[in-house]
Ligand binder design. Sequence first.
Ligand SMILES: [Zn+2]
Length: 214
Amino acid sequence: MRRDLVSIPQERERRETRLRALESQAAEKRSGLQKREVELRSNEVGIKEGDQEIKKLQERLNTVKNNAEYQAILLQIESVKKQISELENEGLQLMEVVEGLRGELASASEAVAEERAVFEQFESESNELLAQREGEVAAMQGERSAAADGVPPELLAEYERMFDARSNLVVCPVEGATCTGCYISIPPNLQVKLRAGTAVVRCDACQRILYYPD
Ligand SMILES: [Zn+2]
């Protein structure tokens, strides 16, 4: 139960880290897309401005007095048309890029939403479990201190020391002639001592405290 108190928050953190990573991937895609959308808008503005310039140049064609000026304006129109055509090609490429990025952003957002739903579910379940475990641990600690009452302090100190070192298993029943802590046989002289019930008997192999179950 104590292990749960440690492992549940660890698992929560692991999942939250994964969720934050997906969120930041989606945010990167979003800002990349926004940058391209700005480029696309300025490309569209450029084309519109080019069209207006051509309109103005064509109006001027009607008012010019000599052929040289007329030819010069025709050249300008050609040059603006060329610029517009380049902008249009760039615009088509940009549109493709924007479409692609929109698709990528949609999948990234979907992955975030899925992960977030799973995370929120885990969080609410694990909070419940954690609260339950905390209550259980507190109750058991009460039972534990009550059971420790009257145990000689030296023995209790030995028990506490061994508790972490021996995987929380310190007092073991003997089954057949085997220690159930380490599954090694108890020699006959220890068995006799154990049956006498007059001293605390420890397993030779793992030092756990032994008893015969009733
Ligand atoms: Zn043992």
